[in-house]
Design a protein around this ligand. Structure first.
Ligand SMILES: [Zn+2]
Length: 148
């Protein structure tokens, strides 16, 4: 599992200095112990083949076996599943896309165990865990919304 932040192999024609890539095609199925306070049961959704944060285009590009999806940063940030964005008891969303700054972008992306990524945003929000299952759901949601 490789998290490559800020540096990419220069041979790539898509090289952008502010682009970072997470490549987990060779993910070892070892569950890493994370410092996550709210314990979650790891989901069985397979991880994406690759996760690329394209800062210039403002999208997180997720490559799944069933296709590649580009999720706008603002869309993702507005769907942050953490306890300060969604009321854990009522399930009411407290931070929505409209509340998110237009120029929101990730400053860092880390793996949480082998079932999720934790995204740190430039609005200083960094408590959202995006599980593979949730990212896959968002990918499909976005594809459905974009369809005619
Ligand atoms: Zn959140």
């Amino acid at each position: 599992m490789i998290i490559n932040f800020g540096v990419r192999r220069p041979k790539s024609p898509l090289f952008k200095p502010r682009c970072f890539t997470i490549d987990n095609r060779h993910t070892n199925p070892t569950v890493l112990k994370s410092g996550d306070s709210g314990h979650r049961t790891p989901k069985m959704t397979a991880p994406p083949l690759s996760i690329k944060s394209r800062q210039q285009e403002g999208v997180l590009e997720l490559q799944w076996t069933h296709g590649t999806y580009r999720l706008p940063f603002r869309f993702l940030r507005g769907r942050c599943p953490c306890a300060s964005c969604v009321n854990e008891v009522t399930g009411v969303r407290m931070v929505d896309v409209e509340d998110v700054p237009l120029a929101v972008a990730p400053t860092n992306i880390q793996f949480s165990g082998n079932y999720a990524i934790k995204i740190s945003w430039n609005d200083r929000h960094d408590t959202g865990l995006f599980t593979w299952e949730y990212l896959e759901l968002l990918s499909k949601d976005l594809a459905t919304a974009a369809a005619p």
